[in-house]
Design a protein around this ligand. Structure first.
Ligand SMILES: [Ca+2]
Ligand SMILES: [Ca+2]
Ligand SMILES: [Ca+2]
Length: 131
C-alpha cells in the first residue's frame, strides 16, 4: 500500500508495485592457508592441499556457492626436467583444492592463479584472485 500525505495532513492510499532490481554483485572473499608450497615441502611433485577458503555473500540472495578456477604459468603437460606429472590441480573446490608441488627446473618458478567465483541469479559474477 502506498500512502500519500499532503501538506494539510490529508492522506490517501493506493496500491503500487515496487520492483527490486538487484544490481549488486556478490562479494567474494578468499584465502589460502599455504600460499607458498616451497616453504613447507621440497618440489616433490606431490599434490598438496593449499587450504583454500572462500565465501560469497550477495545483498539480495545471501550466501552463494563458490566455484573455483585454477590456472598456472607453466604448461601442465610439460616435462619439468625430472618427469611429467599431470594434472597439476585436483579436487578443484573450496576446501579441498590440491596443487602439484613442482616447477620447471629451467624456469623462474611456478605461480598458480586461483579464482573463486560466485554468480547471483542476475548472472553478476565476482572474481577476486589469490596466488
Ligand atoms: Ca546481487
Ligand atoms: Ca604438470
Ligand atoms: Ca614462472
Amino acid at each position: 500500500v502506498l500512502r500519500v500525505i499532503d501538506g494539510f495532513a490529508q492522506a490517501d492510499e493506493d496500491t503500487t508495485t515496487v520492483k527490486v532490481v538487484d544490481t549488486t554483485p556478490p562479494v567474494v572473499t578468499c584465502s589460502v592457508a599455504t600460499p607458498d608450497l616451497n616453504t613447507t615441502t621440497q618440489t616433490n611433485h606431490n599434490l598438496t592441499s593449499v587450504g583454500l577458503a572462500a565465501t560469497a555473500v550477495d545483498q539480495c540472495e545471501g550466501a552463494l556457492s563458490t566455484s573455483v578456477g585454477v590456472f598456472g604459468d607453466e604448461n601442465d603437460e610439460e616435462d619439468t626436467g625430472d618427469g611429467k606429472y599431470s594434472p597439476d590441480a585436483k579436487n578443484v573446490a573450496v576446501g579441498s583444492l590440491r596443487l602439484r608441488n613442482e616447477r620447471k627446473g629451467s624456469g623462474d618458478g611456478r605461480v598458480y592463479l586461483i579464482v573463486p567465483q560466485a554468480t547471483d541469479s542476475r548472472a553478476i559474477g565476482a572474481s577476486p584472485v589469490v596466488r
